[in-house]
Design a protein around this ligand. Structure first.
Ligand code: NAP
Length: 249
């Protein structure tokens, strides 16, 4: 018996990093998984193979979540294939770090569309199905940067702070429909997003982390499972879980 037997989940950006760890843990607990990716087809297919090896089902769906038609279409494909949607994990995200003096319109808009517009498009496509069954778990991956701010990340911080306000407001609207809406705010996690930063800068970042190491994608996935599972998450809505090694308290 898994904690998510008979549940269907959609994970955006499930091909790599945190999204991959989330997809695999949800599958391990029995959920069927819609796996969205944008560019990394081989990686997404490899995750789907791992989901199947865990005894669950996966549907790989290509789509740019920052594009309205594409985002709505990927939700529709999951609904058409599995017939329902219980758990939505808004995970896809990018950084385009630049100090504000040098920030370009392009870097601003690219981050806003991918990290924030996407959550509106995907969530608004998913909510009608959740309302129809009077059940849902909407979990968005924000960041400690949206709470604390960070150098060279005005664009990224703006999107991650917005996800927190979005989730609290939506939580109020959907609470009576048995749909919970929460964010998880990771600190620095050891994925490509952080490990692609210059080694010397990584070492500087580490000095800010009280626990003294980067977190793992699996540690974020465990928090997603906690919110998604009925045994632990059903009375938690409008909240934030900080999985951040103490970088923001
Ligand atoms: P990552 O390793 O760079 O992976 C990003 C994922 O998002 C990939 O699966 C990528 O898919 C997908 N993606 C990017 N743009 C997309 C688009 N337009 N449409 C659909 N999918 C798209 O990043 P990560 O570290 O796992 O981060 C995952 C989430 O956690 C992000 O929202 C990030 O902001 C947040 N977060 C990360 C950290 C950290 O330290 N790593 C800290 C706090 C919050 P493709 O490769 O197929 O394009």
């Amino acid at each position: 018996m898994g904690k998510l037997d008979n549940k269907v989940a959609l994970v955006t950006g499930g091909s790599r990093g945190i999204g991959k760890a989330i997809a695999l843990l949800l599958a391990k607990e029995g959920a069927k998984v819609g796996l969205n990716y944008n560019r990394s087809a081989d990686e997404a297919n490899a995750v789907a193979d791992q989901v199947k090896a865990l005894g669950s089902e996966a549907l790989v769906v290509q789509g740019d979540v920052g594009d309205a038609a594409s985002a709505r279409s990927l939700v529709k494909q999951v609904l058409d294939h599995f017939g329902t949607l219980d758990i939505l994990v808004n995970n896809a995200g990018i950084t385009r770090d630049m100090f504000f003096k040098k920030l370009t319109d392009e870097a601003w808009h690219e981050v806003i569309r991918t990290n924030l517009d996407s959550v509106y498009y995907v969530t608004s496509a998913a909510v009608p199905a959740m309302l129809a069954k009077n059940y849902g778990r909407i979990i968005s991956i924000s960041s400690f940067v949206g709470q604390k701010g960070n150098l060279a990340q005005t664009n990224y911080a703006a999107t991650k702070a917005a996800l927190i306000g979005f989730s609290k407001s939506l939580a109020l609207e959907l609470a009576r429909n048995n749909i919970t809406v929460n964010t998880i705010n990771p600190g620095f996690m050891g994925t490509e997003m952080v490990l692609s930063i210059k080694e010397e800068v990584q070492q500087k970042l580490l000095t800010q982390v009280p626990i003294g190491r980067f977190g793992t994608p699996e540690e974020v996935a465990e928090a997603v499972l906690f919110l998604a599972a009925d045994s632990s998450g059903s009375y938690i809505t409008g909240q934030q879980i900080n999985v951040n090694g103490g970088i923001y308290m």
